[in-house]
Each structure stands twice: as C-alpha cells, then as structure tokens.
Design a protein around this ligand. Structure first.
Ligand code: PMV
Length: 310
C-alpha cells in the first residue's frame, strides 16, 4: 500500500518579518510546491529530488544540511508515533520550487510528507492539523518561524496570517498574477530574522514603529485584494519594500530587479520572504505579465509567472 500528498509553495505578498512579532502578514499559496509518496518499509528512509538526498532516519548524517533534514523528519514523524515504532516508511519526495529562495520550499516539502503519512495511516488530519504537525519540522530549519509558511503550504489560497490566530482566508473576486524573480543571491531566513531581532534589541522604539507601519500596509492590502484594486495593492507593496529596505533586508540586486519590474509596467514590486537575497515578486495582470517577465529575464533573473487565488 502507498499514499501520496502535496504541499504548496508560498509567497508573502506583504508583512514578512513583522509576522514573527505577532503582526499580520498577507500570504498566498503557489500552485507549485512539493509532492511526496510513502510506502511500508523495513526501516524509514527519505529521498528528496532534485536535491539528490537519500537518507535513513536512524543514521546520523555527516553533511549538515542532510542532518538537518533528518532531524526535521524525526520532528515531523513525532506526530505519528506508529511511523517510528510499528511501521517504518519509505518516503520519496520531489520539490518543484527553488530552496532558500523565500518561497517556502521546506514547508511545502513538510506538508507533502505529512499529508502522505496522514493518508497512509488514515489519521484524517484537517489542513490546520497538518500545518501544526509541520511546525516542529519548520523549527528545525528556521529557528523561530512565525508559522506562515507551513500554514499556507497546507491551505493554499490568499490569506491573512497572524501567529496564534486562525487563518483568515481572503474573499477574492479574481486571482492575482505575479511574476516571481530570483535574485541569484543565496539567502538565509534564519540569519535575516536574527538580524532584525538584533536591530529591535538595539532600538526597540524605532523598529516597533516600522513594524506598525508595515502592519497597517498589510491590513490595507487585504482589503485591496478583496476588492481587486491592483493599483492600490501595488503601491502598498512598494511602500512595504521601502520599509523592508530600512530594516536592511533588501540588497542592491533586489532593488535593481524591483525597479526593472516597475519600469516594465508592474503595479508594484518587493522582495518576498526572508530577504537579504532570495526572491522578489511583481504584481501584474494579463497584459503586463509577459513584459515584466522579460524585463526580469533581461536582468539575468530566473523568473516565472504564477497565479494565486481563490
Ligand atoms: O524565507 P521564507 O520563505 O522562509 O519566509 C520567511 C518569512 C519571515 O517572516 C521572514 C520569517 C517567518 O518565519 O515568518
């Protein structure tokens, strides 16, 4: 017997970093993400493509990334004790989004595995329970994650996420079109989250003011999404990008890509996810999608057009 599961990648439309401190973020699940398949085996193993990973749950790994993955899997399977005691599993997964790009690749993978394991044991977890089961996995990778990645990876759609509160799904009239562009710069969310924490320790008042400003952009953006006001949403994204810049989360390369997207007609553009590299997003519509995509590719960015929505 075997079972399969899938998880969405995600983009944060607005509100990354402030979400770590309990403010809301507006996030969207991508059609792209990860798939996993599980079947009964003698010992639990985990294969991930295209990363070329093939590890055993019981063997400590020399490679630090693989060891992290093993520990994450252990944390996730703690939610299904039968998987480690009575019934070991062969888990095979495929990730279709770049890692370390701010697109929630690890959460998509975790949710795909959790869904497959849930179906294998017929434990019938709802989306929220799946998201919760993946949180310990995300902690292994990200230190102090807000929970937005694993939640959106499980639910998809567009939603307002706030730590410790039920996810508020957006009521949208139409889907949103985005161009996602990779800066080509490696980024570590763990590092940028720690940098923001340091700035907040040093100057709590100033950083809290920036957080409040971002939070109000996020709330306005949620309304703009509901009403389909793309121009307004784009402006809010641009403002969010400026505030992210003031927290030193942007890079010259990300600024260059955002400017290229805006010049090619994007309604707005900003980094998405942890920053310090990784990806940016540009808000487009039917007509503006291709010119913006081309403009980013002309800048040497690996970019793709995607749609998020109801
Ligand atoms: O880089 P990503 O896709 O893991 O997104 C990180 C978003 C942050 O708000 C910076 C951190 C978090 O845990 O929410």
């Amino acid at each position: 017997m075997s079972a399969a599961g899938a998880g969405h990648g995600k983009v944060i439309l607005l509100g990354e970093h402030v979400v770590v401190y309990g403010h809301p973020a507006l996030a969207a699940g991508l059609a792209q993400g990860a798939h996993a398949q599980v079947e009964a085996a003698r010992a639990t193993s985990f294969q991930v493509e295209p990363w070329g990973v093939d590890i055993s749950l019981d063997t400590e790994q020399d490679d630090p990334d693989r060891e992290l993955l093993r520990r994450a899997l252990r944390a996730l399977l703690a939610g299904w004790p039968q998987a480690t005691r009575a019934q070991p599993l062969r888990i095979r997964a495929e990730v279709a989004i770049p890692a370390g790009a701010g697109l929630g690749g690890s959460a998509a993978l975790g949710v795909a595995v959790a869904r497959a394991v849930d179906r294998f044991f017929d434990t019938q977890h709802a989306d929220q329970a799946i998201a919760d089961a993946v949180f310990p996995w995300e902690k292994v990778f990200h230190g102090n994650p807000s929970g937005v990645d694993n939640t959106l990876a499980a639910f998809g759609g567009v939603a307002l996420f706030q730590k410790g509160q039920p996810l508020q799904m957006g009521r949208m009239r139409r889907s949103l079109k985005l161009v996602v562009g990779h800066s080509g710069e490696a980024a570590s969310t763990k590092t940028t989250v720690a940098n923001v924490a340091r700035q907040r320790e040093r100057d709590p008042e100033k950083v809290e003011q920036i957080f409040e400003a971002v939070a109000s952009l996020v709330r306005n953006a949620a309304l703009a999404v509901e009403d389909g006001r793309l121009e307004h949403l784009g402006e809010l994204m641009d403002l969010n990008q400026q505030l992210l810049g003031s927290l030193m989360l942007s890079t010259p390369r990300l600024e260059e890509l955002c400017a290229a997207a805006r010049n090619a007609g994007a309604y707005g553009a900003k980094l998405t996810g942890g920053g310090g590299g990784g990806c940016m997003i540009a808000l487009v519509d039917e007509e503006r999608g291709d010119p913006v995509l081309r403009a980013l590719e002309d800048q040497g960015s690996q970019a793709f057009l995607t749609e998020v929505g109801p």
